[in-house]
Structures are given as C-alpha cells and as structure tokens.
Design a protein around this ligand. Structure first.
Ligand code: GPP
Ligand code: MG
Length: 289
C-alpha cells in the first residue's frame, strides 16, 4: 500500500479514529454489504436507485431472498453507474480519485469503464487492504490503487486529478476542509461529483429521523445549503443538481423485505417521506487554478 503520510498523520482527531474503528471492525459491518458484494465481486457501501423488479417478491419462496439480494445489488450498481455518467469525458490517461473508497466497488467500475488510473482513499486500513487485494486478483493493480489516507489531506500532488467523487462519504467530514482539498487536487476544468444524503433546509430543522441515521452510522449529515456554500468558497461551480430522492425510495422499500434489513430502513423511509432528508447528486467543475 502506498503510504504518503506516516500512519500517525492519517487519523488526526478522536472522531476520525472512531470512524476508522467502525469501518475496520468487520463484525460491525452489516452483512447486507458482503452478501450483496458476493453477487459479482463489486462491494458497495452506498444505496441504490431505479425501478426495482418487484417480481422478486413473488415466485418460489426458496429462492426469494437470493433474488432479492441480486435486485438490491443491481440497484446499488445502477447508483454508481449514474455517478460515473456525470464525470464527463474521461480517457485512459486521466486520473480519478474516490474520496472514501470503501471496499472499492465504484473505483473498479470507473476503471472498467474508462481504463483510467484510479486512486481510492480511505481512513480504514482494513478497507484499503481488502480493496488492494481485489485489485490484484482482478489484474488491475497497475491502475487501481487504494491508500490508507485521509481525504481531507491526501498527500497527492496538486492539479493532477481529472475527476473526483464522493459516494456517500461527505457526512463524515467538514465540507469546507474537504472541498479545499478537492479544489487543490483537481485540474482546472476538472469535475467533482457528489452523491449524498443531506437534510432539507426547507423542512426547518433537523428531524429526529435524520438524527437517528447519524446515530446509526456515527456521521453528521449536513444541510443541503452547506454543500453549495462550501463549493462556492472553493472554486467548485455546480453544473447539475439532481434530487435522487424519488429514485431511491423504492430501493429502501424493497430492502425492508430482505432478511438482511438492518432497521435503518425505517428512518430513511420516514425522513424521505416527511421531506426532512434528500438524496442528492451534485456535479461541479473546478474553475481557476
Ligand atoms: C452506506 O454504507 C453509507 C453510509 C454509512 C454513510 C451514510 C449515508 C447516508 C446517505 C446518510 P453501507 O452500505 O455500509 O450501509 P448499510 O450497511 O446500511 O448498507
Ligand atoms: Mg450497503
């Protein structure tokens, strides 16, 4: 594993140490992520979008759970595909970075699609190690690398990335610090794509169900407005904003039928339903130097 910073510099606060411990501690991780990953070897740590094939809830009972797993996995992969659709034209000589790369699912999909060099960054040594093992097993280790590094201070050279994304990881960090680092890393005209869950300013205040999600994952969900303020402060100019909330609700409804459901389905469905929480995709271009 490439070490750009000494280990002691990667985790700088007690909070960061606690987040890393959560994701390093395999038993804490819901089985839903590993079982879905076993479908085709792409391990995701994000949710799904799109119209589910509801026929999986019918038919022979002995294969129902297995068919449900495949369908949930298909929707999660569709979410990552949509994110990659928004990176713009990426060629094999470009570099992309995944901020909070988890077990590498979206990174492998990007490398397969664009043939480009991929750097994934995670503060979980376990996740970086597992994803690097996968890169080796896939014969992709020359182009796809995972680093035990902090996305707030990656140690990469300035202006080298054609694209950067975060797939449901921004709720663990300060957005101003994060976007300052991304703005430093991106080439002029480079693209940042963010998929996130955010609280809805219009609702008026943070709802109990949003706080429940925070407590479940140990994160700090930001208000929608915070994303745009922090981007504007860091030369990141939004080019498209998509409310994915209606596209993700069917995923959560389907997940309630899985024996792998974790209980977090309830606050997601409540918060989306009452309008206190939104599933958003923002694509932004880096302007200036
Ligand atoms: C999903 O991870 C993402 C997070 C934990 C970050 C919080 C995301 C929000 C949109 C608030 P996962 O795939 O490991 O979760 P689960 O185990 O529930 O599938
Ligand atoms: Mg999951």
């Amino acid at each position: 594993m490439t070490a750009l910073h000494p280990e002691t510099d990667v985790l700088r606060t007690e909070y960061q140490k606690s987040v890393a411990a959560y994701w390093n501690n395999n038993p804490n991780d819901a089985r839903v992520n590993t079982v879905l990953g076993e479908v085709d070897g792409l391990y995701h740590h994000h949710y799904g979008i799109g119209a589910p094939d509801l026929s999986v809830l019918e038919g022979p009972e002995d294969t129902r759970q297995e068919r449900l797993v495949k369908e949930l996995h298909r929707l999660e992969t569709a979410q990552a595909d949509l994110l990659l659709d928004h990176l713009g034209d990426i060629g094999p000589d470009d570099r992309l970075m995944d901020g909070g790369s988890g077990r590498g699912g979206t990174s492998f999909m990007a490398n397969q699609r664009f043939g480009c060099r991929m750097d994934g960054v995670t503060i979980s040594e376990y996740q970086a190690g597992l994803a690097n093992d996968q890169a080796r097993d896939r014969g992709a280790a020359d182009k796809v690398r995972f680093h035990f590094e902090n996305m707030l201070d990656t140690g990469f050279e300035s202006g080298v990335m054609r694209g950067i994304w975060t797939n449901e990881t921004t709720m663990y960090v300060d957005l101003y610090e994060l976007f300052a680092e991304f703005s430093r890393l991106l080439k002029p005209g480079g693209r940042y794509v963010c998929i996130t869950g955010c609280s809805n300013d219009v609702f008026g205040a943070r709802s109990a169900s949003v706080s429940w999600i925070d407590a479940r994952y140990g994160c700090n969900i930001h208000p929608r407005s915070e994303y745009f303020k922090a981007m504007a402060a860091n030369n990141l100019v939004p080019v498209s904003v998509t409310d994915l909330t209606p596209d993700t609700i069917p995923y959560w409804e389907l997940r309630t039928h899985s024996e792998l459901a974790t209980g977090v389905e309830e606050p997601f469905l409540t918060s989306y339903g009452e309008g206190s929480f939104q599933y958003l995709m923002i694509a932004a271009d880096k302007v200036g130097r």
